[in-house]
Design a protein around this ligand. Sequence first.
Ligand code: NAD
Ligand code: 89V
Length: 345
Amino acid sequence: MTARPLRCAVIGCGFFATNQLHAWRDVDGVEIVAICDRDPARLAAMGDRFGIARRYHAADHLFRDGAFDFVDIATTVVSHRALVELAARHGVPVICQKPFASTLADARAMVETCQAAGVPLMVHENFRWQSAIRAVRHAIDAAGIGRVFWGRVSFRSAFDVFSGQPYLAQGERFIIEDLGIHSLDVARYLFGDVSRLTARTQRINPAIKGEDVATMLLDHDGGAVSVVDCSYATRLAREPFPETVVEVDGSQGTIRLALDYRLTVTTPDGTTETDVAPPLLPWAERPWHNIQESVLAIQRHWADTLRVGAEPETSGRDNLKTLALVEAAYTSAKNGRSVDLAAVG
Ligand code: NAD
Ligand code: 89V
């Protein structure tokens, strides 16, 4: 017997939601049944493009009509808490885009609300789902490099993100909250949870409000130390957006994920070089294709976990640890001292 498709409603029809809708069409056993956006033009454009008839301007009307199995929230952060809690009140499993919340206190409240309602909750924290990043994790797990003692997760670019996402130029906070959050999550994924963090921030682009460069030093629970650095003020010979460079040093060898998705693993048995470039999905476009591929991967993961009742890898509960690093980074950059994560709670 074939299971009935999981019916999905998407809230938010903006810049990034297009990727999520494309990806849902590629996830077996999921169908998009309704969309919602308070902007009528965006709602109409998305509905027409993806052939979705059920359209709502207000999320409470969407939930009032119901008849979907989960909701995918693709709006910006300011609306997340109200929408996640609305989903919880209606007993609807929920995915929420990153950054999950503007404050750790809000995030904790959202996790508690969903837990109390018995509602599964996943944060769309997708960078760790890029195939190149999965390949690094796989190389660490293969154990040939021995005990990991040092790492680096680096994202340096001068790509104009503001043309597609103008709100990024306007917030008091920019690169750590928007992009560094992915890098910090990747560092947790590769090197484990973090006990202490030290950060410095800079603003190089005078036309924006927040910081566009961040350099962070992380002490991981297992003893490794890592550097997480990100910049939107770095002009290189070839613009690498949106590639992440990763370096891992172990007691017996090293892993290097270099630009152009070249993975080099050195162990006592020798050196292997592999091309770990992501596939170009039919609806994807360069240079976004590695992000777009990770959107499909995380959405597949959600459907798989929802069907069997398992906790997603980037559940709300898990994401509190990534958000705590974001908070710690801003605190450290502001007061010039390192932050003990145990004290953050
Ligand atoms: P956007 O402003 O282009 O789109 C958001 C849409 O949500 C808008 O059309 C807006 O009208 C609608 N909206 C806002 N509040 C609403 C509400 N309460 N009810 C109904 N509609 C509402 O923003 P975007 O660039 O698409 O970003 C959306 C989210 O995706 C952000 O949190 C951003 O950080 C995240 N994002 C994630 C990735 C990634 O790789 N994971 C990449 C880009 C953006
Ligand atoms: O992934 C993101 O959240 C995006 C971008 C890659 C442009 O920073 O905002």
